[in-house]
Design a protein around this ligand. Structure first.
Ligand SMILES: Cc1cc2nc3c(=O)[nH]c(=O)nc-3n(C[C@H](O)[C@H](O)[C@H](O)COP(=O)(O)OP(=O)(O)OC[C@H]3O[C@@H](n4cnc5c(N)ncnc54)[C@H](O)[C@@H]3O)c2cc1C
Length: 406
């Protein structure tokens, strides 16, 4: 079987290694010139030298919000004294992984996947643009299966706000944020209190005159900011040099930084692929992985409030088990299951992006594949309980069930 993997970020590398272990013939197409996806720091923003949008959104001073013990591939420990590490450490780790399993010869760089469409007999036609200078030619190929590993941080979500067009200062999305210096002495409004929003607020507060953090969801556990940070409720409207909040207060501002998240985006999938994104939810993916309408396609990393690196391992093993016929499910079963997942998450009031050990138990039982060690969820829950961006603890995983703080 010939498998195409789209993207050589952490998910694509994990997919490649696992497919090679199964003796599948596997090619990875990566639009940039490097492996590691978003973990590569890139000063540039906007469009790269090959005319392709840059989606490396890690910034200077970023530390991981998960310990590296939850950012390691199966059976390949992420070594080092600190648990909360920096992007170059993650890049170093993925490079070691690629070297250890001789992955690079299977990766084609500067290859932008522009179109994927289904063919008869469950196969796929893929159109790829060779981005190298002087080339820019289209390559057309066919594969038996395709694994999409393009990440979730490509298309910024920009909410609409009353009066934003009248605001005279700068307006940017966090996808373009690299260094706090840009906001030196500014009066910055930061919108959104997710992990990036909270972290960037802290960084800006060191250089800006004031930072106003407008948030809808409750702030992360125990998070503390310096005195020049004010937290505010939702925005009512923008004026030329000020912002008005729903509690009736108004603040002078010079800059707006939107940490409002991202939208799922698969611009290269033709309508015939049957993948739809509705209310920022990817329909209809069986177990959040397999395209129910064309089950020789999988997307990795759709649930992303979890320990992604470890999840990629079980997701790709699940897909491979399906391809090898280790379990079957009709199209109707897959679609019903996907709808049920959506309904259950809504009933529980849980975001569709969040999964936990119940999800991994389900994958393991359905496909009869080894489950993830329970220590992963235990450590994840511990880190969530103490609150993100604390960075003061280091962990050691003792065995499949236990970790300690070291
Ligand atoms: C600011 C920030 C902080 C984060 N912090 C953490 C953290 O602390 N811990 C954690 O576990 N996760 C964190 N994440 C999540 C992070 O996305 C994952 O860790 C991980 O990078 C996901 O891997 P991926 O391979 O799915 O996607 P990506 O890393 O996004 O890689 C996708 C790859 O696909 C390529 N690609 C995209 N489109 C195409 C195309 N059409 N053709 C060919 N190639 C294509 C891209 O060039 C890229 O190399 C963070 C994300 C951001 C943005």
């Amino acid at each position: 079987m010939k498998i195409a993997v789209i993207g050589a970020g952490p998910a694509g590398l994990c997919a490649l290694k696992t497919c090679l272990d199964e003796n599948f013939n596997c090619d990875v197409f990566e639009k940039s010139g490097v492996i590691g996806g978003v973990w590569n720091y890139n000063e540039k923003i906007g469009i790269d030298e090959f005319g392709i949008p840059i989606h490396n959104s890690v910034y200077e001073e970023l530390r991981t919000n998960l310990p590296k013990e939850l950012m390691q591939f199966e059976n390949f420990p992420f070594k080092g004294p600190l648990s909360f590490v920096y992007p170059p450490d993650v890049i170093n780790y993925v490079n070691k992984y690629a070297d250890a399993f001789n992955l690079l010869p299977h990766i084609q760089f500067h290859k932008n996947v522009e179109e994927i469409r289904p063919l008869p007999n469950n196969r796929w036609k893929i159109i790829i643009r060779d981005l190298k200078p002087m080339k820019q030619e289209l390559i057309i190929c066919e594969y038996d299966a395709v694994v999409i590993c393009v990440g979730n941080f490509n298309k910024p979500f920009i909410p609409s706000f009353k009066g934003l067009d009248k605001f005279k200062g700068s307006i940017r999305h966090s996808i373009t944020y690299r260094k706090a210096d840009l906001y030196k002495n500014g009066k910055v409004l930061l919108v959104g209190s997710g992990p990036s929003g909270s972290d960037i607020t802290r960084q800006l507060s060191k250089v800006a005159e004031k930072v106003i953090l407008s948030h809808r969801s409750p702030l992360e556990n125990n998070i503390t900011f310096s005195e020049n940070v004010k937290t505010k409720p939702e925005i009512a409207e923008f004026r030329e040099n000020t912002v008005l909040f729903i509690d009736g207060t108004e603040e002078d501002i010079t800059d707006v930084l939107l940490c409002t998240g991202y939208l799922f985006d698969y611009p290269f999938l033709t309508n015939e692929c049957g993948i739809e994104v509705e209310d920022n939810y990817v329909k209809y993916l069986y177990k959040q992985i397999i395209n129910a309408k064309h089950p020789t396609m999988a997307i990795l990393g759709v649930p992303h409030t979890t320990f992604l690196f470890i999840m990629f391992g079980i997701q790709i093993r699940f897909f491979i088990a399906y391809l090898k016929g280790q379990f079957t499910a009709s199209k109707e079963t897959m679609i019903d299951d996907a709808i049920l997942f959506q309904k259950r998450q809504k009933e529980k009031g849980v975001s569709l992006s969040r999964v936990n050990h119940e999800y991994y138990d389900d994958l393991s039982e359905t496909a009869k594949i080894p489950n993830l060690p329970s220590v992963c969820q235990k450590l994840f829950d511990h880190v969530e309980d103490i609150g993100i961006l604390k960075f003061q603890e280091n962990y050691k995983i003792l065995n499949d069930q236990e970790f300690i703080i070291v």
